[in-house]
Design a protein around this ligand. Structure first.
Ligand SMILES: Nc1ncnc2c1ncn2[C@@H]1O[C@H](COP(=O)(O)OP(=O)(O)OP(=O)(O)O)[C@@H](O)[C@H]1O
Length: 269
């Protein structure tokens, strides 16, 4: 059997475990990501989606359970696993060329080769003529494309994206989804993307993993077998929208009720 790109086995995360109020963010979560698979994590606010991404990225440790990439335990960050956040965290004082190849510089690549690499990768993301610009000269969508280029420059096996298009307008967001699918096919990387948008999840994913409200567990693992490009006018798209809306509504109601209970508790305490 093929080795999974990422494997999470009975993962739990407790934030502030030694404090008076430890917080169980994720509980006994298991799933696998195949090589080249596009996974979307969908769930109510606060259910631990970002926490899970950070742990797969090696930026946070698990409280129990194991996370493996290519069968190797994750013990810290590695260039095999790229991470893209909601706001592109580019270095404002560096040119786009230097931003995109910053990691390659740390690996010891010289300026000539870095420039060549930047040129190639920036062409891929449609910004081949902007190598010498700086981040503040770009729109939000362009900045996110540079962030994707920077991650791709390291040739990651897994690309993690935490609501990467949430800050963009609807038109740019749709364009960025098309762009991402193209990049994904070209790179062969597995993608794990967090979103709140049901439509974005259905448009992009091979599999959608729906989380329960906190503590996050896998509520449902749904394979999306629709051909790409996917149209919201397709009845099968609609059926999935309905299924996901229902699954999420249950969890959002539960999260809301929990929050109200804890607020009432703290008022009466
Ligand atoms: N560094 C931290 N220290 C303590 N608690 C944290 C930390 N990071 C997250 N949490 C808590 O863990 C829980 C899960 O947070 P997380 O950001 O992973 O959820 P999420 O599903 O990504 O939420 P959203 O969709 O709103 O971004 C929340 O209750 C949050 O307050």
């Amino acid at each position: 059997m093929a080795v999974p790109a990422v494997s999470c086995h009975q993962v739990s995360k407790v934030w502030n475990p030694d404090s008076a109020s430890p917080l169980l963010a994720l509980d006994d979560l298991s799933f696998e990501v195949e090589r080249g698979e596009f996974i979307v994590l969908l769930g109510p606010s606060g259910c631990g989606k970002s926490t899970l991404l950070y742990m797969i990225a090696g930026l946070e440790s698990t409280s129990s359970g194991t996370i493996e990439c290519d069968k190797l335990p994750v013990t810290g960050p590695d260039s095999d696993r790229g991470m893209i956040f909601q706001e592109a965290s580019l270095y404002p004082w560096l040119t786009l060329s230097d931003n995109v190849t910053f990691g390659l510089g740390l690996r010891g690549m010289g300026p000539g080769l870095r420039r060549e690499a930047a040129s190639k990768i920036m062409k891929k993301v449609g910004l081949g003529d902007m190598l010498d610009k700086r981040p503040d000269e770009l729109s939000g969508g362009m900045r996110q494309r540079v962030a994707v280029a920077r991650a791709l420059a390291m040739q990651p096996k897994v690309l993690m994206m935490d609501e990467p298009f949430a800050a963009l307008d609807v038109q740019t967001r749709t364009k960025m989804q098309d762009f991402l699918l193209q990049i994904w096919r070209d790179s062969g990387a597995s993608i794990i993307l967090v979103t709140h948008s049901i439509d974005e999840a259905i448009s992009l994913a091979d599999r959608i993993i729906v989380f329960t409200s906190r503590p996050g567990r896998v509520k449902k693992d749904i394979r999306v077998d629709l051909e790409r490009p996917r149209s919201p006018r397709d009845p099968a798209f609609h059926a999935l929208q309905d299924e996901l809306s229902e699954l999420l509504a249950d969890e959002v109601d539960r999260a809301f009720a929990d929050q109200q209970r804890s607020e009432t508790g703290s008022h009466t305490a």
